[in-house]
Design a binder for this molecule. Structure first.
Ligand code: PLP
Length: 352
């Protein structure tokens, strides 16, 4: 089936109101959005229209029963001013895996990718070119049945909107190993990008913030012994000359940045291990001076250096950032590929 995209261009661009040298994260939205409705077992044609509020019933099922999934990816400009999106097919596939787990309809690739391309083309003037800045893209799907009762909705809205953003973290972060609260449980929805996972993380994150931690380092729900991920990032440790990241166990998100980091390091000939990593292993490596680096990897932050790890009231201070050759290298590679200044060996960028 072919999905037509109708376009209604905004008559009043807001772009001149934005200070692109001082962009907060996630507060400014571009001129347009894409909207597509699902009903009677299929997606209808999509519309690109001026960014606007949507009107919903108070009985809309997503508001009550949490059928909401989303994605996050970014667009950049190369030195010639051409717009490009980083690995959108990965986000499309993950969105469909989330949809499957949440009993929601999958989105055809043609609809997702063509709609996305068209939207980014229209709002390409909004892609910032200042250092560390980019255009954050937020596709999401909500269940829209006007119905009180627990069953999968029969109608949905799929929307994509965009937001020019600066750096997610303005400085390296301190994380706390969480041993009481759980982000995701075995057999649950940890590997899906559904809204509830994030709502559930807020309270433990607020408690950690009171102790001075920017993020939580989540551990498994059974023993609180195995490290999982951190906030909106997958996590990597460099121990000796090995780069270690927790394996995809169904509890953590299959990050696009995680995959990109693993691919870049492996291609360079470094040893990357995807396997369970325990708190004990990290503590022992720290004691022995073998824990060289720890960092988070995710679309919003790209690479976030972890300077300190809180564990049971004590603080493990890690090596200075200047000494971190692995994460510094991989960040440079990722930034160079995304901004078209380094070779894109794996054809990750979709230039428009
Ligand atoms: C819980 C969680 N883990 C990891 C990630 C990193 O994934 P990605 O690199 O695809 O942004 C994200 C962000 O989407 C996330 O929300």
């Amino acid at each position: 089936m072919t999905y037509e995209i109708t376009v209604q261009a905004s008559k009043n661009s807001k772009i001149n109101q934005v200070d692109f040298h001082n962009i907060p994260f996630g507060k400014i939205f571009t001129d347009h959005m894409l909207l597509c409705e699902y009903a009677d077992g299929d997606w209808k044609s999509a519309e690109i229209l001026p960014f606007q509020n949507i009107s919903v019933s108070p009985a809309m099922s997503a508001l009550h029963y949490g059928q909401e999934i989303f994605e996050g990816m970014k667009a950049y400009k190369n030195p010639e001013g051409k717009a490009g999106i980083f690995r959108p097919e990965m986000n499309h596939r993950r969105m469909n895996r989330s949809a499957h787990r949440m009993c929601m309809p999958e989105i055809p690739e043609e609809l997702f990718i063509n709609g996305l391309n068209e939207l980014i083309r229209m709002d390409s003037a909004w892609i910032p070119t200042t250092e560390g800045a980019s255009l954050y893209i937020r596709p999401f799907m909500v269940a829209t049945d006007e119905f009180v009762g627990i069953r999968p909705s029969e109608t949905y809205k799929f929307i994509i909107f965009c937001s020019p953003v600066g750096a997610y973290y303005t400085e390296p972060i301190k994380v706390k190993i969480e041993e009481h609260y759980t982000r995701a449980a075995r057999g649950g929805v940890g590997s899906a990008k559904n809204a509830g996972n994030y709502g559930a993380s807020l309270y433990p994150a607020a408690l950690a913030a009171k102790e001075g931690f920017k993020q939580i380092l989540w551990t498994d729900d059974v023993e609180h012994r195995w490290i999982e991920e951190s906030g909106t990032m997958n996590v990597f440790f460099v121990i000796g000359d090995k780069i270690i990241t927790p394996s995809l166990d169904g509890n953590i998100l299959d990050g696009v940045t995680r995959d990109s980091v693993i691919t870049l390091f492996s291609d360079k000939g470094a040893t990357v291990e995807e396997r369970p990593i325990s708190i004990e292993e990290v503590l022992t490596a720290h004691q022995n001076g073998e824990l060289k680096e720890a960092f988070g990897a995710g679309t919003a932050a790209t690479i976030a250096q972890i300077t300190d790890i809180g564990y049971q009231g004590s603080l493990l201070s890690l090596h200075p950032i200047a000494a971190r050759k692995y994460s510094t290298w991989v960040l440079e590679q990722l930034e160079g590929i995304k901004r078209g200044t380094l070779e894109d060996k794996f054809s990750w960028m979709h230039w428009l």
